[in-house]
Design a protein around this ligand. Structure first.
Ligand code: HDE
Length: 715
């Protein structure tokens, strides 16, 4: 075993970080390195797997020597077997053929939607507040349940950029003692379509054009706007996408929504209807559009990196799970809102979100492919006490997920992949099939049987069986259609738009103008303007002006102005600053003692300080040595939530940094010669640009500004 040495944390210079492998190849055989502290593999719980496989991460990494897949030790993996030094290569070289064949099959099909994602392990702790409405064991007070969460964009391919304008997936697998429960939600509470049969249509329209396969991971193109301007039930979801919600700052700073209404069942047999919400403890925040575009160029892995870095640094993200509870009436309506219409949400003013537990993400995946790529969610993975409703979008999803996973994961046994294994005992009678890895015993995988002693037995509700809620159905006629309550396509879009602040409304106008400006077809732009007019005539006028087109009049009557819902705006509150990144510009002539003190002080507070200097290595002045995290070559504004100037290095790249930070509404502070630099940039007297006599006093002001996320008056 090589000696483990603590290394420097790349995020927080001067602070011991995780152990990294030695850079040189060791001369003596040694066992593989164990997973890092923040990485842990899921437990093995299937009946046979533990006996057959041993520890999950070790299955193909046992012993000191490189072997074939059959365990034969190898003496050379660098040269193929040849007839003489100049070849030809011999067909009998099994290692060559095995190595290349395995490589040839390393890729699996990407998800047809939500292909690009990032995941993390964590734990969910229930408060007990849901006990009155559900008998689900994992929601009883104090119960802790392991979880794996996968966040994703919807439209882009696996290798696409993170900060695109899109909906984000927020899928959580709860490994409960009663079986796995998946809450497969999004960061937007409404959806484009009311009936799952339209899903291929919206996705075909939003994905790249089939002829040239462009644009990638974008909705700013003709086919998307063609569809959503014709299919007006998509109006509310499209509007949410055009708002700042479409470009989140971080996965850690997104809300999550179950979208559909679910039915809960309690110990007394009573039912209620609920909507699930995840509320991030760091608040809901976004980037600004120009920043998003820069991010996608400079760091396409921005969200993936942010999540992994935060967890590795110990800044574990947390969300409260909450429910809105509605009476389970035959109409399934609440305050005029059809609870089975997934294009509608229920404002929190009408039904408060009641917290029922908290989720902490505290471990990165050990292996991206094994865990994040192979995890398979399904809205039909339910536990006793939680059931589905007849929402026609949800009903179609119940079919789709299992179906798609059979082709994506190569057969029907993907439930045996470690990340997908339930933590509850499994005793199914499914047998054989591609990639079967369980060694089943017994001779009678059928029921009834006498040869296996009648095993396995059926459970009743009293011993934890999942029993569907016996909902009475009205006598109905077969038809293809929707209720009249599904016809209103605009009132909730108006409600959302009117709940935003003026700054956020401006962002919406800019987003529509950008996206429609990217369309080629005039008719599509005109038709889309007709839809926007039905949301808000002022918004329509702004977008029309940007496109150089006349603003049409609304085509539907406007009822009374909707009551705004304050929970929909992202501006106005103060939030924790844990995990935020402050850049500190310095050179050898700067106030390095203050920089050194700030760096070590911030490391304690959970804020990440990154020193930006003309060169790598260290900055030295007298007895003070400050490690450099970024150089003027590698630093770009997108990485920093705020900037401190500890001096005035004369370099044009510092001016670029400053001007971007300024345009994007980020807090900036300077002392010492930094004040001169702010003056030269012409921003010294602006909102959110602070100066002071020394570093600590400037830092304090900047951290206060950071709690509001942005200096909103500059946007
Ligand atoms: Fe999905 N969706 N979806 N979806 N969805 C998939 O399943 C589908 C919908 C959501 O990180 C696929 O395993 C249909 C709503 C997330 O692995 C697929 C319909 C919501 C993820 C599929 C919807 C979602 C998916 C692709 C309309 C929010 C990523 C790969 C009836 C409530 C999960 C896969 C992950 C993934 C189908 C609508 C969320 C094809 C047919 C509404 C977060 O099965």
């Amino acid at each position: 075993m090589p000696k483990k040495k603590p290394t420097k944390n790349p995020q927080i210079p001067g602070v011991p970080g995780p152990v990294t492998p030695p850079l040189e190849e060791p001369a003596e055989p040694s066992a593989p390195l164990p997973p890092k502290d923040d990485q842990r593999a899921p437990q093995l719980r299937t009946a046979t797997a533990a006996a057959v496989e041993g520890p999950p991460s070790a299955r193909s990494q046992q012993g000191e020597y490189l072997t074939t897949a059959q365990g034969a030790r190898l003496y050379d993996t660098d040269h193929s077997l040849k007839a003489g030094e100049h070849g030809p290569t011999l067909l009998q070289d099994h290692h060559l053929r095995e190595k290349i064949t395995h490589f040839d099959h390393e890729r699996i099909p990407e998800r047809v939607v939500h292909a690009r994602g990032a995941g993390a392990h964590g734990v969910f702790r229930a408060f007990g507040a849901a006990e009155k409405v559900t008998k689900a064991g994992f929601l009883r007070g104090g119960v802790e349940t392991p979880v794996f969460v996968r966040f994703s964009t919807v439209l882009g391919s696996r290798g696409s950029a993170d900060a695109v304008r899109d909906t984000r997936g927020f899928a959580t697998k709860f490994y409960t003692a009663e079986g796995t429960f998946d809450l497969v939600g999004n960061n937007i509470p409404v959806f484009f379509i009311q009936d799952g049969i339209k899903f291929p249509d919206i996705i075909h329209a939003a994905k790249p054009h089939p002829d040239r396969e462009i644009p990638q991971a974008q909705s700013a193109h003709d086919t998307f706007w063609d569809f959503v301007s014709l299919h007006t039930e998509a109006t509310a979801h499209t509007l949410w996408n055009m708002s700042d919600r479409g470009i989140p700052r971080s996965y850690r700073m997104m809300e999550g929504f179950g979208v559909h209404t679910f039915r809960l069942l309690n110990d007394d047999g009573e039912t209620s209807l609920v909507k699930f919400h995840w509320k991030p403890r760091l608040g809901v925040h976004s980037v600004v559009w120009e920043e998003a575009q820069l991010i996608n160029g400079f760091d396409p892995d921005f969200h993936r990196r942010d999540l992994a870095d935060a967890i590795e640094a110990g800044a574990y993200p947390e969300w409260e799970l909450g429910i809105q509870i509605f009476p389970d009436t035959p109409e399934q309506m609440f305050e005029g809102i059809d609870l089975l219409d997934p294009t509608k949400f229920v404002p929190e003013e009408l039904a408060p979100v009641q917290p029922i537990g908290v989720m902490t993400l505290n471990a990165n995946p050990t292996n991206f492919f094994a865990e994040t790529e192979q995890i398979a969610f399904h809205p039909g993975h339910l536990v006793p006490g939680i059931d589905v409703t007849d929402d026609p979008l949800l009903q179609a999803r119940l079919f789709s997920y299992l179906d798609t996973q059979i082709s994506r994961l190569g057969g029907p046994n993907f439930g045996q992949i470690p990340i997908n294994r339930p933590h509850a005992p499994v005793n199914d009678m499914f047998r054989d099939g591609m990639h079967q890895s369980a060694v089943h015993s017994g001779v009678a995988p059928y029921k009834p049987n006498s040869l296996d002693g009648g095993c396995p037995f059926m459970a009743g509700a009293e011993v934890g069986a999942f029993v569907e809620v016996p909902v009475a159905l009205e006598a109905a006629t077969k038809l293809r259609g929707a209720p009249a309550t599904f016809d209103d396509h605009y009132s909730q879009a108006r409600l959302f738009y009117s709940s935003l602040t003026v700054i956020e409304q401006d962002h919406v106008a800019q987003a529509y103008t950008f996206e429609l400006g990217k369309c080629y077809e005039q008719t599509i732009k005109e038709r889309a303007l007709g839809v926007i007019a039905n949301i808000d005539p002022d918004l329509c006028a702004k977008v029309a002006a940007g496109l150089g087109l006349p603003a049409p009049k609304p085509s539907v009557p406007f009822d009374d102005a909707p009551m705004p819902s304050s929970a929909l705006s992202q501006i106005g509150a103060q939030w924790p600053v844990t995990g935020r990144v402050i850049g500190i510009v310095a050179d050898e002539n700067s106030d390095l003692p203050a920089v050194e003190a700030i760096v070590s002080g911030l490391a304690e507070s959970g804020i990440v300080p990154l020193v930006i200097a003309p060169h790598g290595g260290t900055l030295v002045s007298g007895s003070v040595t400050v490690p450099v995290s970024r150089t003027f070559d590698t630093a770009r504004s997108i990485e920093f939530d705020a900037l401190l100037l500890a001096g005035a290095p004369a370099d044009p790249r510092v001016n670029i940094l400053l001007s971007e930070m300024f345009r994007h509404g980020k807090a900036i502070g300077g002392w010492n010669d930094g004040i001169t630099l702010l003056g030269n940039a012409g921003i010294a007297d602006s909102d959110g640009v602070v100066t002071g006599e020394d570093g600590p006093s400037v830092l304090e002001q900047v951290v206060t500004l950071l709690a509001s996320h942005r200096v909103w008056s500059r946007l």
